[in-house]
Structures are given as C-alpha cells and as structure tokens.
Design a protein. Structure first.
Lengths: 206, 206
DNA sequence: CTCCAATGTGACTGGGTGGTCACAATTCCA
DNA sequence: TGGAATTGTGACCACCCAGTCACATTGGAG
C-alpha cells in the first residue's frame, strides 16, 4: 500500500513514477528490476521514493494492482455479452481481446507475464488469488456451454480449464511482441481454438 | 565450453561441481543464480572455478547441455517405438515419460524450466535451437498420425503443434513438484490429452 | 512575515555480485 | 632429487543493490 504522501502528489508526478516503474518491471522480473534504475530514469531522488512507498515490493504491488485493474477494464465489455454468445464464440472473443490488450499495451502485458512467472514465495499467494479468479470466470463460461449443449458433457472439466489456460497463456505470451499483422494473427488464434473445439480425431458427421 | 583443465579433473570433483551448479540453477534463473554461492557450498575456491570455466555463462551452458543430454537419453527408448504406435498413444507415452523425468530428476527439470523461461538475449538463440528440434520431432509424429488416418486432415498443423507444445509445457511445469500420486496424475495427463484428441464439441458418432 | 508540517534530497551504509591475480601447493617427468 | 608445468587459493577490485538519514526546500495557515 503506497503511503498517503503518494496520493497527495500531483497526478503528473504519480504518472511519472508509474510510467518508469512500468518500464522497469516490464523489462525485468521483480528480483532483477532495479529501484535505483527507476528513480534515476525518472529523475527522482531515491529518498523521495521511500516517502511514497515503504520499499521495492510496495511499489511493485501497487503497480501490479494498477495494471491488472486496467486490464480488467479493458476486458470488461466482453463479460456483458456472456449470456448472448455460445461458448466457442465467447472464447474466441476473449482470447482475441486479450491479445489486443497485449498488443496495445505491451508494457502492461510484459509486467503481467513477469508477475505470473514469478517464483518468489511472497508473491505466490497473490498469484494464486488471481488464478482462482480466472478459474471461476472460466468455469462460469464453460458451465453455460455445457447447459446449451455446445460442449460435450463427457469431458473432464478440470482438464478443459487446464488446456484452455495453457493455450491462452502461450497464445498471448508468444505473440505479443512479434510483428505479425493483426488479421493474420486473429485467424491464427481462431485456428488454434478450432483445434480445441473439434479435436484431432476425424469427425464422421458433417 | 569448459577449459581443458576441467576435463582433467578426477570425476568426483567434476561431479561435485555439477551437483552444486545443478542445485543453484534449479533454484534460480541464470541472472539470479550466484556463482559465489556455488563455490561456497561446494567448498571450492572461486579462483579454481575460473580455471575450469571462462565465467558464469560458460558453466551454465555446460550444465544446460549436460542436463538436456541426460533428458534426451531418458526419452530415447520412446522414439524407437514411434513406427509401431498411433499418434495418440505415442503422445500419451511421451508426455507421461516427460513427467516421470521431471518427477525423478526434479533438479534437472527445474533447470530446464528456468532455461526455457529465460529472457536473456544471448541465451535466446540456444533456446530457439532446442525449440526447432522439438518442432521437427513433433512434426514427424504428427505426419505419421495423418498418414495413418488417426488425425483429421482438416486441421492446421501449426496450430496443433502450438496446442500440444503449450499443453505439454504446462502439464509438466505445473505438477513436477506437487505431491500428487503417480497413478492419479497419469490419469490426469490422459484426460487432458483426451480433450485434445476428441475436442469439446459433442460427437454424434460412437 | 512567521512558523511548522509536509515534501524533496543524495551521500552513505552494509551487503552482495562476477571476475582477477599474485602466489602457494601439488604433480609429473627427467 | 630437482625443476617445470599444472592446479589450488582467497583476498581483493569495481560495481550494483535496497534502504536510511540528517538536512534542505517548499507551501500554506495564522
């Protein structure tokens, strides 16, 4: 939690700090990121930083909540359509939009990736908390798919979550910084999701 | 490449170094791992290390090739059966065995995970090289599946590779250190692979 | 204008890092 | 046994880090 002093700051100064923290933690995982580098690039005295935050981890956690908050806002519109669309269409939109977020805010994206990959023990619980949220959102989506009959009732739900989570992570991680053009990557995302939808075994129907 | 001196060493001393390097690089990614910690735990003078290796990265690359060599040996027997088994059976065996490797040699496994996740520019090319190898092995497997008719010809091959790679990575990474019992995790692996085989959409046949 | 609280500052501390080097110990062969 | 080549050593260097603290600056209320 930032100290009260931080919130008294003019918003441009808060922005300055946010921007440079974002850059540093996008480039390096928590342990390798350097507070000294942040203050030096932002032209802020080291001591000032410690008037705003109790330490490196405090700054980091502030950044993380801010970044995830913005990501949530970005994805929000999608959830409002969840009743109207079938599972596969919703999944497609969801992962398309996640990729667009990564594309539009590459620094935010890299921060979340570094955070997610972090092995630091004291960060694990926060990571697990966020994972729980994702699981429950996905479960809700999947449940709707099952009820509507779009998704086969024979499958193992945990396994489905696992597969989608793994694939989505790879889909976003691996292409955020590549210079593929948007339409072709959107098509690629859909062809990956088609594999999950139809399976590898040939289908006799249709 | 280690210096000649290293290979003149009695093998128990080489083992000593290997063991402690393994532990350190299993626990920390390259940048965070400490050469000082390795020499101190192994009771070896810092200077000696620099008689064996030209630096930290040299030691690391030696460790990486060693670890991947051992993993390759471990998975070798599987490839000899590739002509006899169908795609899905082979995939199951392959990922089962990968998991067993991670289970049996957790330190080796963690080293490979840290290596794979590394963002260091000078390590990237080595990572890409290893990725190419995996891709070509998998493509071979998939081609056999297509020829035998076990795999639908309508799918996008790149997308299939992508999906399997992502899922396999998650499957091994996330459960290597958990204390699940072996049989139940083997079953879980198969249920995840079943999702990929059959797809989420209900099948009318059967 | 005065005074005091809030904010800004950067030299400094203690600790860690990879890498070096002058020298000591050992090994091996003539 | 002598002497050269190989191997072992740890104090030391320059650098970087998170965090501290005594002090300077600012700004607003009375």
């Amino acid at each position: 939690m930032p100290k009260p002093t931080f919130f008294n700051l003019p918003k441009e100064r808060r922005h300055l700090i946010f921007r440079h923290a974002l850059e540093e933690f996008a480039q390096f995982p928590y342990e390798q990121a350097s507070l000294s580098a942040i203050v030096s690039k932002a032209n802020i005295a080291k001591g000032s930083m410690y008037q705003y935050f109790s330490g490196k981890k405090d700054l980091y956690m502030y950044l993380i909540t801010e970044v995830y908050g913005q990501k949530r806002e970005f994805l929000q519109p999608l959830w409002e359509q969840k009743e109207k669309l079938d599972f596969f269409k919703l999944a497609s939109l969801y992962y398309q939009r996640s990729w667009h977020f990564a594309r539009q805010y590459p620094l935010h994206h890299r921060v979340t990736v570094n955070f997610w990959d972090s092995k630091d023990a004291s960060l694990r619980e926060e990571i697990l908390r966020k994972k729980e949220i994702r699981i429950s959102e996905f479960s809700e989506m999947l449940e709707l798919g099952l009820q509507s009959g779009a998704v086969s009732p024979d499958i193992n739900k945990d396994a489905v979550w696992f597969v989608y989570h793994a694939v989505a992570k790879a889909l976003v991680d691996n292409f955020a910084d590549s210079d593929v053009n948007a339409e072709s990557h959107e098509a690629y995302i859909d062809s990956v999701l088609a594999v999950l939808e139809l399976g590898l075994r040939p289908r006799k129907e249709q």
